[in-house]
Design a protein around this ligand. Structure first.
Ligand code: HEC
Length: 288
């Protein structure tokens, strides 16, 4: 509930800032500034309307994991854009954190951008609305703009098994970062078990864009560790069900199930729980 209010408030504030900082006549999507940061420091805030002068837009057909069908978007290729903003040095960074208007905040390894072709979509082709019906989130109708990160995934089995992870929409921020310094309180204590360590990697990919641990991660869903961990107050069977099939616990929930495309799903869920257990004895009060 609080999350919902915070989410709406953020949207209202965002709209107000835009409305009042604009000259008349009307505000256009092109005025939205996308903030690019390098390890905490703002390098550039680029209005959406300026992107086309930097990189040529392409038309890209993708498997749309949120709708489970193919769709075509107008999009800017990510690598030349990052070259322009940061210089080639971005390739030496470890991860890229994307910030979305709704609080979603995935951290994606730079390696993925070097081995696969990512694009920032800004419109649907054929002037269809830039929205989608998110079948993973109780068929919620979502706005995709200002930017939506998509991948040239039709020919890539690896990308298809990622499901919707690594596909943030409503993107307004892009930050080069090192995971352990950006998210110290979400990281495992030393000497964690091998399953917990594998679970940590799964958690980073499939959970932390929405949830926080010790206050770190995405602001779209509840904290899972502090002050009480989900491993303490949920029966083990129900924790597994939250991960595998959230609707089997709460009617109409917007939490998506762990992606069906993931190989060894049950084991992945078990390892995520091993990570959550290890974190339950490493609580830190979130820093506001
Ligand atoms: C797209 C966003 C999103 C992703 C990704 C996501 N969740 Fe959730 N999760 C939610 C939301 C929203 C809720 C609150 C649901 C509700 O109240 O109906 C929730 C609820 C939960 C709860 C119940 C918490 C409680 O106290 O009732 C658990 C446990 C949980 N998520 C674990 C996970 C784990 C583990 C993952 C990764 C496998 C994950 N979630 C991925 C959005 C997400």
């Amino acid at each position: 509930m609080i999350i919902r209010i915070a989410k709406n408030l953020r949207y209202v504030l965002f709209t107000l800032v835009i409305t009042f900082s604009l000259p008349t006549p009307a505000f256009s999507q092109n005025d939205i500034g996308i903030e690019f940061k390098d390890h905490g420091r703002t390098v550039k805030t680029l209005p959406l309307g300026d992107f086309s002068a930097i990189v040529a837009a392409a038309s890209l057909k993708v498997f749309e994991a949120h709708e489970r069908k193919e769709r075509t978007y107008k999009a800017y290729p990510v690598r030349p854009l990052l070259d322009y903003i940061f210089g080639k040095g971005w390739e030496q960074a470890e991860e890229i954190v994307f910030t979305s208007m709704d609080g979603y905040q995935p951290s994606i390894p730079v390696a993925k951008f070097l081995t696969h072709d990512a694009y920032l979509a800004f419109a649907s082709t054929d002037d269809a609305p830039f929205t989608l019906t998110n079948v993973l989130q109780n068929n919620e109708l979502v706005q995709l703009g200002p930017l939506y990160l998509v991948w040239d995934n039709l020919q890539s089995k690896t990308l298809l098994t990622d499901g919707a992870s690594g596909m943030p929409y409503q993107v307004i921020g892009v930050e080069l970062t090192a995971f352990a310094t950006r998210f110290p309180n979400l990281s495992l204590p030393a000497q964690a078990s091998a399953p917990a360590q594998r679970g940590f990697l799964h958690f980073r990919k499939h959970c932390m864009a929405c949830h926080t641990i010790n206050g770190e991660g995405g602001g779209k869903a509840p904290e899972l560790n502090y002050p009480a961990s989900v491993v303490e107050y949920l029966k083990p069977e129900y924790l597994t069900r939250w991960i595998m099939s959230p609707v089997s616990v709460r009617y109409n929930t917007v939490m998506p199930p762990l992606a069906k495309e993931i190989p060894n799903r049950a084991q992945v869920a078990e390892e995520i729980i091993a990570y959550l257990k290890a974190m339950s004895v490493a609580k830190r009060k979130p820093v506001l």
